[in-house]
Write a protein that binds this ligand. Sequence first.
Ligand SMILES: N[C@@H](CCC(=O)N[C@@H](CS)C(=O)NCC(=O)O)C(=O)O
Length: 152
Amino acid sequence: MRRIYAKEGCPHSSKVLAFMAEANLLHDYSLEYDTQENREMIKDRYGKVMFPACEFGDEKLMIESNDIIKALADEHEIDPNTLVAFQFIFGWPESKRHTMYKTYMKVRMIQLFLNSFSRIIVLSSTFLQLIKYGTEKEGSLDQLMIHLAALP
Ligand SMILES: N[C@@H](CCC(=O)N[C@@H](CS)C(=O)NCC(=O)O)C(=O)O
């Protein structure tokens, strides 16, 4: 099984792994990490330590993340432009990626806010209805409170 060497927290490694995951190629590869043994092996074969690194056919080691993605895409006849999640995160120039993340986070915050806001509305209107129901039915808020306290 061919090996792909990745380093935790390395954006270039993440890019290759995101491509491989969405292209469904990860199961064809053994995923290796930044260990002392692997560092020495990469240095022996390539001359310097660099992640990501990917083995190809004749035990050749490919180092540049974009070259790895292109080689894998060609080999498996995959067009990286058709991979939606991969493009969403990595299909931007490096300089734009940060702005894109910030915009995404803002949208996410608004979504979360609206979500909790609507929950509060639903909860308070339910509570108001309960109070209304209680006062109409039992005639007093105290009665309702006793009922609510007795609920399991
Ligand atoms: N141009 C390379 C850059 C790769 C790179 O800079 N990798 C860093 C980690 S993010 C690395 O391996 N540095 C050497 C080390 O960690 O020992 C690519 O896109 O693959």
